[in-house]
Ligand binder design. Structure first.
Ligand code: HEM
Length: 184
């Protein structure tokens, strides 16, 4: 039951996006809007996955960590599809030009490939073999944060708050790693 509730909760941003785009039709710049909803949702979910082991005393979401992580990848994938299909209109030269003009797109792509690797090796069998490489999630999160900051023309108060939360989570995670290391 918990799994179903979580599954449906994580779909809310997707349905919200569909309703805004196709039913309410209230969005003036759909491509920008899709970037914002998919990019922000993926970022929030991915940062949340690294807090799961820190909050396990209060709420144990460890059995659902894989599902939550895959949702993060799902939204990152929609974000990428928005770039290739709607923004670039499948024009590969546009993709190259955008990547050269805007280096933050390179960073986003590297982060995406790390997430793709993690999604593909998240099955029980492959995870046992490749779990040590899953630490690359931290590199992906750093790249995503730089990508997100560079994508902005200027930062609003709300975005400063997001960055503050990201730094706080990273600090707590680092402390947790140091404490765990000292216990061994
Ligand atoms: C796959 C390669 C990626 C490409 C080509 C890409 C492309 C873009 C572009 C073009 C924007 C700017 C949108 C605009 O304001 O006009 C953007 C923003 C953003 N991206 Fe990515 N991105 C990629 C990967 C990622 C990943 C993996 C994440 C997170 C998991 C992410 C999170 C974000 C966020 C949070 C924003 C800011 C959205 C906003 O505030 O409006 N991106 N991305």
């Amino acid at each position: 039951m918990k799994r179903v509730i979580l599954f449906l909760t994580l779909l809310i941003p997707f349905f919200y996006l569909l309703v805004e785009l196709f039913i309410l039709q209230s969005v003036t710049d759909p491509i920008k809007y899709i970037y914002t909803i998919t990019g922000s949702t993926a970022t929030v979910i991915l940062f949340f996955t690294i807090t799961i082991s820190m909050i396990r005393k209060y709420i144990n979401l460890i059995p659902y960590r894989r599902m939550i992580g895959l949702y993060g990848f799902f939204y990152a994938f929609l974000h990428l599809l928005n770039f290739y299909i709607l923004d670039a209109e499948l024009d590969f030269s546009f993709v190259i030009k955008e990547s050269l003009d805007k280096p933050f797109i390179y960073l986003g792509m590297i982060a995406f490939f790390i997430l793709l690797f993690m999604a593909l090796t998240s099955t029980k069998k492959l995870f046992a073999k490749y779990n040590k490489y899953h630490k690359f999630v931290y590199l992906a999160l750093i790249l995503i944060t730089i990508h997100f900051i560079m994508a902005q023309k200027s930062l609003s108060i709300l975005q400063f708050i997001y960055i503050g939360i990201i730094l706080l989570i990273s600090y707590c995670k680092l402390l947790q790693q140091i404490i765990n290391k000292n216990k061994i």
